[in-house]
Design a protein around this ligand. Structure first.
Ligand code: ADP
Ligand code: MG
Ligand code: ZN
Length: 489
């Protein structure tokens, strides 16, 4: 949890929270005084010349490709300038904890052979006003002097929260403003690239993301099976493995673990082997290490039970199956049960051609696809989970627009309503009824579609549990040809 400023007169709960973090606050203050007392040179946090390279980073191929240009730039900024190419300035690495954000940033510095100036934004919360801004200023000044260089700001969400959030206070503001000033103030001759990392890109202040600031974004997600195997191999390199060790089998049973978790697994396994008095790590050590890491404190809510994993597969299979079966819905292109951030899985849809106009029938199919996850859970288990909340609100919003904006209701045929305009109680009741009727109609369509093709639902679920991600070709194999699209659009 993030520390929150507590105001006098706050609720009892807030006061209790404040008491809980009092000792931490005192500790920080002491630390801060010592640091400040030692003078200016302390302000610049660790400067390093990392030896990390891209070969230390397993998987993440797209991310490495995107960062390759930054490496080229830092190696020879003059060449960029001669070409008149726009120089890269800020890159945001976004992804769940332990997916290799820090590792990648260091690898960029290592590949380019430039110094790496790092600070963690969470250091600035709960300290005296002005300290954060001063640190930022000093850090950038040192990096400019060392140009070409990289500035790495970890956990930028700790200060880059949207302004006006209840949690923001003066210290956040000043530190954030200083970062913006630094980003905007680069001299064209200075080749300093700023890399920021966050696992909460949803709460970042939009000012940080404007052109010329952190305008490049590299998304990292939890590793898939092949990437997990590659990460395990990277970290097994320097460890003695027994002949029975099967890292691919281990990759298969570690869905949901991050790169950091996998590295931790190998380390735990080595400790277990030592404790046994063995001189090699066996498959049994690795299996036990996985159990420990999954149960460990750092994993907490991220660990999925087998049942939850199956539910996610059923849910996503429902979206994909309904999308496949309904002639005027967008076809499924990719389905995965791997979560990104908080979400369980994802189904990617893509239309065969761009659409500018929508018919009521097309909207209805789209509604059914949105409700396909819900319908599949209901079909398979007889009850639904909380996992459909996002789908349901999207479906309600679409049904609402059909009735109030596009005149597609039955009793309200041909009428449109201003979103904020006044409506009579009677009309508002009629809108509610129309919206409910549309959602029911779409849900019935989804349920019928799933019941009529339940063998394919099962096949999708089985494939998703084994392979985690199904691409378009795999989907075609499992689902067969799509029904013919109607001639009229
Ligand atoms: P983040 O900054 O995203 O929280 P880190 O970069 O600190 O994650 O990753 C922690 C550790 O996990 C790394 O030092 C490395 O040992 C391991 N790790 C994470 N991702 C990878 C990867 N793709 N390849 C190899 N090791 C990885
Ligand atoms: Mg990190
Ligand atoms: Zn869904």
């Amino acid at each position: 949890m993030n520390p929150r400023p507590v105001r006098p007169g706050g609720s009892l709960q807030q006061s209790l929270l404040a008491l809980g973090s009092l000792s931490v606050a005192v500790g920080l203050a002491v630390w801060q005084q010592r640091t400040l007392g030692r003078g200016r040179s302390d302000s610049v946090t660790a400067v390093e010349r990392p030896e990390t390279t891209f070969s230390d980073v397993a998987g993440l191929i797209e991310a490495k490709e995107e960062l390759a240009e930054i490496v080229t730039f830092l190696r020879d900024p003059e060449r960029f300038r001669r070409m008149g190419a726009r120089m890269p300035r800020g890159v945001l690495l976004a992804g769940p904890p332990g997916t290799g954000k820090t590792l990648l940033a260091r690898a960029v510095a290592g590949e380019a052979g430039v110094p790496f100036f790092a600070m963690s934004a969470s250091q600035f919360v709960e300290v005296y006003v002005g300290v954060g801004a001063k640190r930022v200023r000093d850090l950038f000044a040192a990096a400019r002097k060392a140009s070409p260089a990289i500035v790495f700001i970890d956990e930028i969400d700790a200060i880059g929260r949207r302004r006006g959030d209840s949690q923001s206070h003066q210290e956040y503001e000043q530190t954030l403003n200083q970062i913006l000033v630094e980003l905007d103030g680069f001299h064209p001759r200075q080749a300093v690239v700023v890399i920021a990392a966050t696992n909460r890109s949803d709460i970042l202040d939009p000012a940080l993301l404007r052109p010329g600031r952190f305008d490049r974004r590299v998304e990292l997600s939890l590793p898939d099976r092949a990437e997990r195997a590659a990460i395990l191999r990277v970290h097994a390199q320097d460890k003695p493995l027994a002949p029975d060790v099967d890292l691919d089998a281990l990759a298969a049973r570690t869905v949901g673990l991050s790169g950091a978790d996998l590295e931790n697994t190998l380390n735990e396994a080595a400790l277990l082997a030592l404790r046994r008095g063995g001189d090699e790590i066996t498959q049994a050590d690795l299996e036990e290490a996985v159990d420990r890491v999954i149960a460990g404190p750092s994993r907490r809510s991220r660990a999925l039970s087998a049942r939850e994993r199956e539910t996610i597969a059923v849910h996503e299979a429902g979206h994909a199956l309904v999308a496949h079966q309904l002639a005027s819905a967008d076809a499924p292109r990719r389905v995965t049960i791997l979560g990104r951030g908080q979400m369980g899985g994802a189904t990617v849809l893509a239309p065969d051609e761009d659409r500018r106009l929508w018919t009521r029938g097309q909207f209805l199919d789209r509604l059914a696809v949105l409700l396909g996850g819900y319908a599949a859970e209901e079909y398979r288990y007889g009850e639904v989970t909380t996992g459909s909340s996002g789908d349901l609100s999207q479906a309600s919003a679409l049904a609402q627009a059909m009735v109030t904006t596009y005149g597609m209701g039955k009793s309200l045929r041909g009428r449109a309503f201003d979103a904020n305009g006044p409506v009579s109680d009677e009309t508002s009741r009629a809108i509610d009824e129309e919206v409910s009727a549309l959602v029911s109609e779409a849900l019935e369509l989804a349920s019928r579609t799933i019941a009529n093709a339940s063998d394919r639902l099962d096949a999708l679920v089985t494939a998703l549990l084994a392979e985690e991600t199904l691409d378009e070709a795999r989907l075609a194999e499992i689902l067969g040809p799509r029904p013919v699209r109607p001639a009229l659009n």
